[in-house]
Design a protein around this ligand. Sequence first.
Ligand code: CUA
Length: 380
Amino acid sequence: MFTDSWNLMNTSLKKSQWTTAHGRLPSAFRLLPSALCLVPSAFRLLPSAFCLLLSGCAGVQSSLDPAGPQADHIARIWWLMLFILSAIFVIVMALLALATWRRRASADNETELILKPEAGGESRMSTLVTTGVVITVFVLFILLISSFLTGRSLHSLAASNPQPLTIDITGQQWWWQVKYENDMPSQMVTTANEIHIPVGRIVQFKLKSNDVIHSFWVPNLHGKTDLIPGHVAATWIRADRPGIYRGQCAEFCGHQHAHMAFTVVVETEEQFKHWYDAQLLAAAQPANTQLARGQQVFMTSTCIMCHRIQGTDAGGAVGPDLTHVASRLTIAAGTLANTRDNLANWILDSQAIKPGNRMPPNPLNTEDLSALLDYLQSLK
Ligand code: CUA
């Protein structure tokens, strides 16, 4: 809207200059009155446009739709800055328009342009400049204080619970390894690209990387935290609203950075416990000959080199743990929904979907592929 009125203002200025110099209007300017008639109707649309804009703030990957205290602190300071800075923008534009208008009015009278110091003009100018400086410092001070308070609130969550649920996240090119810490190794859960957390519980994420810098970001829950090779970073969140939220790597980390997403499932304590207990189990053993054939295909192909299926000989750690792959919502780090067709295409030629990832093409025949898909889909 600002740009439009700015353009319109520019256009009408040029129009008056042009008319003075040449005494006629080019055809584009003859359309100006009709264009101006459209302005009131455009203004009538403003409320709907504003609502549309605000509705864009909601969603499963939005900092402005906070589902926990951390994201809420960040959203508040964002709105505060938006309102203050928008007000400054409007005021500055209004003053600019006023100055332009006054300059044009005084220029109409040529004799006024002769240099002649205006009585009291200098002291008025210095008052104006001082006021401007004071207001600027005051506004910057407000922003500084609110930014400091937000930072302090963000850290308060870490101190409020000495024994949070701790999840180790390792950034890989281009997926996320997820490990739930536990004093007993048999109670640790390893999964990939999907994090389940109970609603209302404080969760500590320990973040590291094995290759390049990534950044862990779930906009609905918290700001970004970088994963730096050779360093363990920590961040704390609490989700107060059950739901499924999308996280995204927020630091350019190579070819498939944009396809390095993950899912955070916030659920009740019972649902979480149910999920966790299921994840602790070893993979289901093949219940029929078709599934047994699928497992055989997995064990005798390149899959076994990179993936782990707990309870089998597959123990690779290059790619995601597949022990309960069928229980996940997406595959390929949030790139595809976890459907049979997507899984098939991914296995056959993942390079066509996510070029540069470390999984080679697997040209399987139809029967083997079908058996492998049956087997993978049985790993709930
Ligand atoms: Cu990992 Cu961008």
